[in-house]
Write a protein of this length. Structure first.
Length: 212
C-alpha cells in the first residue's frame, strides 16, 4: 500500500458571516474511511468541496501527502476522485465518449481497459454508446462513479453515495467503497445508517448557523 495522509486542522466555513461549521480536525491515512453526517444544510457538501479543493475554507488547513510528497492544492485533482450531485456529465456525449474525454484530460495511458472494466462493473457497458441525455438518473450516477474511478484515485470522495441508485447499483458501490479503503482513503457524506458502518470515524456536523 502506498503512503497517503490527509491532515485536516481546524477547518471552519462561513457564508455571509454565518458560521456553518468550525474546528473540523481529523487525520486519515491509507486504509481509512471517514464519514461526514449531519442534517440537510449542515454543511456536508461544503466540507467535501473544501477537502477536494473546489472551495476555500474561511479558516483552517488541510494537507495531503502522497509518498512523503506534499501535494499542492491545485494538483489535488490528480489524486482524488469525486462523485457528487453537483458534478455534471456531458449530456450530448455518449457514456463512453464522456469517459474517453475524461481519460484524455487526465492524460491516462491506454485507458480502454479500465474504461471497459468500470462500465462492465456498473452495468453500463451495453449502454455505452447511448447519449447521456437518454440515461436515467441512476445510470447517470453510475457513470459518475466510472468517471471518478478511471485514474484509481488515492482519495475517493462520495457525496451521497447512494443517490438515485437501485439495490444492484448500491451493491457495486459498496464493493468499490471497500476496495478504496483497502488501497487509499475513502471520505463520504451520508445520512444512511448502513453507509456509516463502512466508516472508521464519523464527523457529525450539527448546523451551527450562528449569526456573528
Ligand atoms: N455558495 C454558497 N453561498 C451561500 N450559502 C451557501 C453556499 N453553498 C452552500 N450554502 C449554504 O450552506 C448550507 C450548507 O449547505 P450544504 O453544504 O449543501 O449542506 P448539506 O450538504 O449538509 O445538505 C446551506 O444552508 C446552504 O444554503
Ligand atoms: Mg449535500
Amino acid at each position: 500500500m502506498i503512503s497517503i495522509t490527509l491532515q485536516v486542522k481546524n477547518i471552519a466555513k462561513e457564508f455571509n458571516r454565518k458560521k456553518l461549521f468550525e474546528n473540523i480536525s481529523f487525520d486519515a491515512d491509507a486504509g481509512s474511511a471517514i464519514a461526514v453526517t449531519g442534517k440537510n444544510g449542515s454543511g456536508k457538501s461544503t466540507l467535501v468541496k473544501i477537502l477536494c479543493g473546489l472551495l476555500e475554507p474561511t479558516r483552517g488547513t488541510w494537507v495531503l501527502t502522497v509518498e512523503d510528497k506534499k501535494i499542492p492544492h491545485e494538483e489535488y485533482y490528480k489524486n482524488i476522485g469525486l462523485v457528487s450531485p453537483y458534478l455534471n456529465l456531458y449530456d450530448e456525449f455518449s457514456g463512453i465518449e464522456n469517459l474517453d474525454f475524461i481519460a484524455k484530460i487526465r492524460r491516462l495511458q491506454n485507458p480502454s481497459t479500465i474504461i471497459e472494466s468500470v462500465l462492465e462493473d456498473f452495468g453500463l457497458f451495453k449502454h455505452r454508446k447511448k447519449e447521456v441525455k437518454y440515461y436515467s438518473s441512476g445510470m447517470k450516477q453510475r457513470l459518475k462513479y466510472c468517471a471518478a474511478l478511471l485514474h484509481k484515485p488515492e482519495i475517493l470522495f462520495l457525496d451521497e453515495p447512494q443517490s438515485n441508485l437501485d439495490s444492484e447499483g448500491i451493491s457495486v458501490v459498496r464493493t468499490y467503497m471497500k476496495q478504496q479503503r483497502e488501497r487509499g482513503i475513502l471520505i463520504f457524506a451520508t445520512n444512511d445508517e448502513d453507509d456509516l458502518s463502512y466508516a472508521d470515524a464519523v464527523i457529525k456536523l450539527n448546523s451551527l448557523n450562528i449569526e456573528k
